[in-house]
Design a protein around this ligand. Structure first.
Ligand code: FMN
Length: 203
């Protein structure tokens, strides 16, 4: 069973979460995580000006996702940084290229899930994930969130991302904060949870 993890990351936070999601998928016997990036839409000059070029090199080895790979996956977990309370443009553009899949109903009945990152605690993580789910519902996917059985999302003793909608991290306004152990645990939980539900759907 193939669980596709498709992400965009500018400064590495979503990438780090994606790795943890993949670890969680691997915990389910018979489930194989496949990591993919969505195509970049910004020029190298702009990425350099945004201070993203060097960091992006560290995950440039991950193959860029082809739209058809979505159709052959058993479940898809998407990762996107928050942009004004929404998914990033790179992810939007990628999803807008899936019209043929929609026309054929290729994603109907597959488990779909989303995780995110934002600069600030209340900068729109939940609205990013919830608005992302609109697209997945139009594609007929079965939405899978992050249940409260991941108890780390109820912590109040430290600043933390993660909500019932999906795993998340707070990156800081300068991107200075990488995902914490608790946030990574949430991402692992989400990966394992999606894979186990996909297995049940397959049965
Ligand atoms: C155009 C733009 C819009 C952004 N909008 C938000 C926002 O609405 N809320 C927020 O907290 N952070 C916002 N951010 C910060 C990003 O979410 C942050 O850089 C990202 O989560 C870091 O993850 P990454 O390293 O994987 O790209 C924005 C950044 C950019 C460049």
């Amino acid at each position: 069973m193939k669980v596709l993890i498709v992400f965009y990351s500018m400064y590495g936070h979503v990438h780090r979460l994606a790795e943890a999601v993949a670890e969680g998928v691997k915990e389910v016997e018979g489930a194989e995580p496949v990591l993919r990036r969505v195509p970049e839409t910004l020029s190298e000059d702009i990425l350099k000006a945004m201070g993203a070029l060097e960091v992006q090199k560290s995950f440039a080895h991950i193959p860029v996702c082809g739209v058809d790979e979505l159709a052959s996956a058993d479940a898809i977990i998407f990762g996107t940084p928050t942009r004004f309370g929404n998914m990033c443009g790179q992810m939007r553009q990628f999803l807008d290229a899936t019209g043929q899949l929609w026309a054929k109903g290729s994603l109907i009945g597959k488990a779909g899930s989303v995780f995110t990152s934002s600069a600030t605690q209340h900068g729109g993580q939940e609205s990013t994930i919830l608005s992302f789910y609109n697209t997945l519902l139009h594609q007929g996917m079965v939405i899978v969130g992050l249940p409260y059985s991941f108890q780390g999302q109820s912590r109040n003793d430290e600043i933390t991302g993660c909500s019932p909608y999906g795993a998340s991290t707070v990156a800081g306004t300068k991107g200075e904060r990488m995902p914490t152990e608790n946030e990574l645990a949430g991402a692992r939980f989400q990966g394992k949870h999606v894979a186990s539900i996909a297995l049940k759907l397959a049965q």
